[in-house]
Ligand binder design. Structure first.
Ligand SMILES: [Zn+2]
Length: 305
């Protein structure tokens, strides 16, 4: 197989973005999908705007935070206040997160295809949309899990009941002392399972088993046409998805690197010839691909009659 084996690369120049994606999906033997904050934002799961201001008004008044990202890395003075913030944060971004239409569309588009997803989002979007959890690798942690802040033990703990109780019993931006979680092994404060500024987080058996499934997928399609599809991955942590994806595309001559992003991120020269940048809103793009596929299905049906 040679470099020009992707028709979408050799003949797709004048196609619309949605036709390019549809064509690439149909041509691919397997699809590797990287999902970042841009995908969540496409369905309105943003860290700024009304979603932020309506849920944290007293915090914003006190600390003048600009968005939920700034808030989530804030140095709180005490754990009572820290958990008052994070219990609401977990509720908003995990427990009460509504179903995302783009995730449903993505699931439909992937039906019957060989695929695997790696996501830097720690929210509930894939579970909510009913994705097979064996096909989704949450590489940056999960908001519904706790870890020992010292990482003394490779365990992660579900936090949902605790978060609910915190929300019920929070008063004046503080949760009571008896709800503050401490590590049962070493006594250090617990925290949400997510990577810190040094890229560290607790990884447990479940994490390693998810990681193994991800690597198995990659190993299964080494000499096949692999579509490497990036949905809304920015430059917040390019070492997690973007750079490994570009490296993979460079190493595999049969791979096509397709990145969907409104911003123009630099694509390394070695990959550029086998890459397609779709400067599209993810929600609109997935909607259009679905529409086109429905039209194709209808036409096929008419021809068969
Ligand atoms: Zn500990």
């Amino acid at each position: 197989m040679n470099k020009t084996s992707w028709h979408v690369l050799s003949n797709g120049e004048y196609l619309t973005a949605s036709s390019k994606l549809a064509m690439a999906l149909d041509e691919a033997d397997a699809v590797l999908i990287g999902v970042g904050a841009g995908m969540a934002a496409a369905d309105g799961f943003t860290y700024a705007g009304p979603r932020f201001t309506q849920n944290f008004p007293e915090f914003i008044e006190t600390y003048r935070w600009l968005d939920m990202f700034q808030a989530s890395v804030f140095e709180f003075e005490n754990l009572n206040e820290e958990w008052a913030f994070f219990s609401r944060f977990v509720d908003l971004n995990y427990m009460s997160q509504p179903l995302g239409e783009s995730y449903i569309r993505l699931k439909e588009l992937l039906k019957g295809r060989n695929y695997h997803i790696i996501t830097s989002n720690a929210d509930n979007a894939f579970e909510k949309a009913g994705f097979d959890k064996n096909k989704v690798f949450d590489v940056q942690g999960k908001y519904n899990l706790l870890q020992c802040s010292k990482g003394c033990t490779p365990k992660r703990y579900n936090n949902e009941e605790l978060m609910k109780e915190m929300i019920d019993r929070e008063r004046s931006m503080k949760v009571p002392d008896d709800l503050i979680p401490y590590c049962e092994e070493c006594g250090a404060p617990m925290e949400l399972n997510r990577r810190n500024h040094t890229d560290w987080m607790v990884e447990d058996e479940q994490f390693f088993s998810d990681q193994k499934l991800f690597h198995n997928f990659l190993d299964s399609y080494t000499d096949k046409k692999l579509l490497i599809l990036e949905l809304g991955c920015g430059y917040m942590a390019p070492q997690v998805i973007k750079h490994p994806f570009q490296q993979l595309a460079e190493n595999r001559q049969n791979a096509l690197y397709m990145t969907v992003n409104l911003k123009d991120y630099r694509i390394p020269p070695a990959v550029r010839k086998r890459s397609i940048w779709l400067q599209e809103d993810i929600r609109t793009l997935l909607e259009n691909v679905q529409k086109e596929q429905q039209i194709i299905k209808m036409k096929t049906y008419e021809t068969e009659q």
